[in-house]
Ligand binder design. Structure first.
Ligand SMILES: Cc1cc2nc3c(=O)[nH]c(=O)nc-3n(C[C@H](O)[C@H](O)[C@H](O)COP(=O)(O)OP(=O)(O)OC[C@H]3O[C@@H](n4cnc5c(N)ncnc54)[C@H](O)[C@@H]3O)c2cc1C
Length: 448
């Protein structure tokens, strides 16, 4: 599997992974529908990466500024995280809570960040309302405590968040959770937000693609940027397999799939980490009853090394957690089987469960656990990335803000948008650091 810390590009026209999502779209090889770039091209703005960030940026450039950008995707639209994720639409991004951001930057900044996150969700809903059929499920996000101590903390968190947002958050004892939602035996209680939901992420990405094409965005698939050539006449020049793209401005929207040494603006500033997903056989009525699985709300736990799950529209269970450390190990069945084991421990009476689909994808970690928008000193190269595994909704807002920035507009004065991605110290040892964090996480999750 492509490994962003080792490889110089993510492939050329690769098919989607064998995911459940790919099985739900009529033509799982979309290559025919979008052309490949086969000549040189001169354009105002070129966007690299055909996921939510790049597509949202292209949509907003066209819609709000009349700029018809060119978008280059190495493989297919939604081939990266955007077509592989768990489909949780949440008011969040990165790994930091609003409370910890308020402690560091003050209440006003934290409130603006929260507002941006809410706008991300609103944007996703607005795009969907334009006719994207992506199997939206009912509203509700359940955060389950994996220990009694964490349940106490969740209750405190609910109090703080309720007073900040003014929206009610339910506190559920283990018994209430089992009775009204699902009988997860690893849960010691939970809180439930009324505003998160699940959807089909690949259908969403392909819906963004349609919106972008209808606005006149020029999309090219199977067109990896192989390298940056010397600038000419003050313009950036990008080498692709069959043509050179010359542009006044470049937007890098490659997130966890950013290749090794891609651009000095972001080199050594992100850590790609594999997240793994399995999807089981559809549960039969007896199994649903055994687990008392009444909800299709999205679920995540409180572990440092988180597990997340949801019941899909056809009663399969999607279950996710951390994957391998290197691309070479990504398809080792050990990681999928480990998830199945945890899933079975949550629902011990559920009976026969098989893995029908298993795949993984590179999430994009940052040193300070938050995403960033940034640019080079000439404002000719811009980037937006680093969602730390929680960017489905926020990437829509980052795309919008990137469009504002590229067009010379103003964007809110918050650290996510006004400070560049911090560089990892001892960057060549990032994976050693990741391994150490996994060991620490296992320890914390057992005793906390
Ligand atoms: C397993 C998994 C589960 C997740 N679950 C959730 C979830 O439930 N909710 C949530 O909020 N977030 C989730 N995320 C994170 C979320 O999917 C991402 O934050 C989001 O999709 C990022 O979108 P993006 O457009 O920035 O990047 P991507 O969708 O990764 O797009 C980057 C694109 O850049 C392309 N590219 C890279 N290099 C080049 C090049 N040289 N030339 C041309 N193209 C290039 C890649 O091919 C890729 O398609 C999950 C991620 C994973 C992996």
């Amino acid at each position: 599997m492509y490994d962003p810390l080792l490889d110089s590009h993510p492939g050329e026209g690769e098919r989607y992974p064998n995911s459940y999502w790919a099985s739900t779209i009529a033509d799982s090889n979309q290559a025919q529908q979008v052309p490949t770039l086969d000549r040189d091209l001169d354009t105002d703005v070129v966007i690299i990466g055909g996921g939510y960030t790049g597509l949202s940026c292209a949509i907003h450039l066209a819609r709000n500024y009349g700029i018809k950008a060119t978008l280059l995707e190495a493989n297919q639209i939604g081939w990266g995280c955007s077509g592989r994720n768990a489909g949780f639409v949440l008011h969040s991004s990165g790994r930091r809570s609003i409370a910890s951001m308020a402690n560091q930057w003050g209440e006003e900044v934290a409130a603006t960040i929260y507002q941006e996150m809410r706008q991300g969700v609103a944007l996703v809903e607005e795009f969907i309302a334009q006719g994207i059929d992506c199997d939206v499920q009912s509203k509700g996000y359940i955060k389950i405590a994996h220990s009694t101590r964490q349940f106490k903390q969740l209750q405190q968190l609910a109090n703080v968040q309720q007073s900040h947002s003014g929206t009610p958050i339910d506190v559920l004892t283990r018994e209430q959770l089992h009775r009204d939602y699902m009988a997860d035996h690893n849960a010691y209680g939970a809180i439930r937000y009324q505003d998160g939901f699940g959807l089909n992420p690949l259908k969403l990405a392909l819906g963004y693609k349609e919106l972008a094409m209808n606005l006149g965005v020029k999309l090219y698939q199977s067109t990896p940027v192989l390298s940056w050539l010397d600038k000419h006449g003050g313009k950036q020049r990008l080498l692709t397999p069959k043509g050179i793209v010359t542009a006044k401005k470049v937007v890098i929207a490659t997130n966890g799939y950013t290749p090794k040494n891609f651009s000095p603006v972001i080199t050594s500033r992100t850590l790609p980490v594999l997240s793994q997903i399995i999807v089981t056989n559809p549960l039969n009525p007896e199994q649903l009853q055994q687990a008392n699985w009444l909800t299709d709300n999205v679920v995540m736990d409180t572990r440092a090394l988180k597990y997340y799950y949801r019941k899909l529209p056809d009663n399969r269970v999607l279950f996710g957690g951390r994957g391998a450390i290197s691309g070479k190990q990504a398809s080792n069945p050990y990681y999928a089987l480990r998830l199945l084991k945890v899933l079975k421990s949550s629902f011990p009476n559920i009976g026969e469960l098989t893995i029908d689909y298993a795949w993984s994808g590179w999430i994009c970690m940052t040193l300070d656990d938050i995403p960033h928008i940034g640019h080079d000193s000439n404002q000719s190269i811009h980037y937006g990335m680093g969602y730390c595994g929680s960017g489905l909704a926020f990437s829509a807002q980052v795309g919008k803000r990137l469009a504002d920035q590229v067009s010379g507009g103003t964007i809110p004065n918050i650290p996510l948008y006004q400070s560049e991605l911090p560089r990892f110290p001892l960057a060549p040892l990032r994976r050693v650091g990741q391994w150490c964090y996994f060991q620490y996480g296992k320890y914390v999750d057992r005793f906390n």
